[in-house]
Design a protein around this ligand. Structure first.
Ligand code: GLC
Length: 561
């Protein structure tokens, strides 16, 4: 795996940052769940001017860029992943003027800006789907989606036995023009999210236009939603076991042709743009998405799905790095997102409750139960230091830098995730990681909004505010800031070599002069003298003993600070 050398760069406000020509290879990007970051106008919903107003928080954190979850016009049945217009910004988030203000302010601070591209499906309120419903079976309007006749003598059975990822059937029947039951359309997710037909040239060209429009407007790349889903198995065959994972919905070879096309579009610009795929597959399989001429980055979610366990982490990292010499692109790591329970809660779960779901991701990342908060924070920060020492880029999810746990105790009537609704309450879904951020105690909505928040914040958020952590050198926020600063001194050209720790529950690796050690087990680990001086530890190092549930960075030679 090769990395480009870093180059100094002066931003328009005079600050000097270091940027590689292929900045995306090693950048740290902050994921913004726009509705929940900061609200500038008091409607209780976060917006783009709210982000602009808090850019100093992000710049001082030390990230290289921002990824905005979808903020296009949307009925918001799935947190904006049901897009009704791909070419503009929802007025609830401030519309295009607020977008332009944010883009300029971000670029002025040397921060990249990525948007979320949702190409597998749109909203049922998108004009194309409205036209499709009004048109006849077999019409060009219906061909943009995956409509099919039902089975059974009167067509009252779905065309096949696939299940939606969010629970329930993957097909919904529409009314014919005379009001009688008509055809069915496929939706891999919610009923309100009809899947596009990617064999239809109008769909292909529409997304070419979406990419070009936003690139022309100045963004630096896209995170691509369920990037492995656009092409379905030919003939949409039935599943032997409809309750098992559905291999026909994902990872079909044809999807790679779309990425070659998009890569050519990105490469036609005279600046470095990134295309990052959301692909929930094994490390070996995801590598195919960053082969030469395809996407530049892909999420390696395998690490996020592991328990806090040395062997599991090592195997995942080793498998992830093993395939990289045959690809052109770069891994993107994350331990948190808007789709999984926050790492503090996952790693601090001491008494998990049984979870019922056909979704493998849910089983691995959204278990509920009793949490030891101190343990969870210790492990989550240790895992973060380990992740930040890996080769590749890192995506942090808002609130992670505050050590926020999952909000498990949302009132049921407040839950909005379609997973909660479609599973009839058997799965709680993802709202608990999407609760508006606490900025300051003693202010309405903890400084998030002057109005009432779209999702209620629990009282205990008072213990996790930005204001409080800013004043505390021992806070999680202070640790993340230091970590991002120290990370810049890791030469990204260095590969990763495992070191022998003599213990199965302690992992260590070297990248050049830089060593990362993580203690997963209960006993402290004596860091060998020749592993260098301490650069940063997630908990205090005492007499060169690294405590349990701690990760430390060491440098063989003190840095010339
Ligand atoms: C992706 C998004 C998730 C969304 C789904 C359907 O997995 O990250 O939030 O619900 O796609 O668009």
């Amino acid at each position: 795996m090769t990395f480009s050398p870093a180059l100094p760069r002066t931003t328009t406000n005079g600050a000097v940052t270091v940027e590689s020509p292929q900045w995306w290879r090693s950048s740290v990007i902050y994921q913004l769940y726009v509705r929940s970051f900061a609200d500038s106008d008091g409607d209780g919903i976060g917006d783009l001017d709210g982000i602009t107003a808090h850019l100093d928080h992000l710049a001082s954190l030390g990230v290289d860029g921002l990824w905005l979850n979808p903020c296009y016009p949307s009925p918001n049945r799935d947190g904006g992943y049901d897009v009704s217009d791909y070419l503009t910004i929802d007025s609830r988030y401030g519309g295009m003027p607020a977008f332009q203000r944010l883009l300029k302010a971000a670029h002025d601070r040397g921060l990249k800006l990525l948007l979320d591209l949702v190409p597998n499906h749109c909203s049922d309120q998108h004009e194309w789907f409205i036209q499709a419903l009004q048109a006849k079976p077999g019409s060009p309007q219906r061909d943009r989606f995956l409509f099919a006749d039902g089975r059974g003598p009167d067509g009252s059975e779905p065309p096949n036995n696939w299940r939606s990822t969010f629970g329930g059937p993957a097909w919904t029947q529409v009314a014919a023009q005379d009001g009688a039951p008509g055809q069915w359309y496929l939706h891999s997710f919610d009923t309100s999210q009809p899947d596009f037909n990617w064999e239809n040239h109008e769909v292909v060209e529409m997304f070419d236009d979406v990419l070009r429009t936003w690139f022309d407007r100045g963004i630096d790349g896209f995170r691509i939603d369920v990037a492995y889903a656009m092409v379905k198995a030919a003939g949409l065959p039935d599943l032997a076991d409809p309750d098992a994972e559905n291999p026909h919905l994902w990872n079909q070879p044809g999807v790679h042709d779309i990425f070659s096309r998009w890569r050519a579009i990105a490469d036609s610009y005279d600046r470095e743009l990134t295309l990052l795929g959301e692909v929930w597959l094994s490390p070996t399989e995801v590598a195919d998405y960053i082969r030469e001429g395809e996407l530049k980055q892909v999420f390696y979610f395998d690490l996020l799905q592991q328990p806090f366990d040395a062997a599991a982490f090592r195997q995942s990292i080793a498998e992830s790095l093993a395939g990289l010499d045959r690809v052109e692109g770069s891994p993107a790591w994350a331990l948190n997102s808007h789709d999984v329970h926050r790492a503090v809660t996952r790693y601090g779960l001491i008494a998990p409750e049984p979870i019922i779901s056909a979704d493998a991701n849910a089983l691995r990342t959204r278990a509920r139960g009793e949490v030891d908060l101190q343990l969870g924070v210790a492990r989550a920060t240790a895992a973060a230091l380990l992740m930040l020492a890996l080769p590749g880029s890192v995506y942090l999810y808002q609130g992670e830098e505050l050590g926020l746990p999952e909000v498990q105790d949302l009132p049921d009537e407040a839950r909005q995730d379609p997973i909660w609704l479609r599973s009839h309450g058997t799965e709680h879904g993802r709202d608990g990681s999407r609760v508006p951020l606490p900025w300051a105690a003693g202010q309405p909505a903890f400084g998030f909004s002057s109005g009432s928040t779209w999702l209620a914040q629990p009282d205990w958020f008072a213990n996790f505010t930005v204001e409080q952590q800013q004043a505390d050198e021992q806070s999680v926020l202070a640790l993340y800031r230091k970590a991002l600063r120290v990370r810049r001194s890791i030469d990204q050209a260095n590969t990763l070599d495992w070191l022998d720790t003599g213990r199965a529950d302690v992992l260590a690796f070297r990248r050049g002069d830089f060593i990362n050690v993580t203690v997963f087990g209960g006993a402290p680990f004596a860091v060998p003298a020749d592993w260098g001086t301490e650069a940063l530890c997630s908990q205090p190092l005492v007499d060169r003993q690294l405590p349990a549930d701690t990760s430390g960075w060491f440098r063989r030679f003190p840095s010339p600070s």
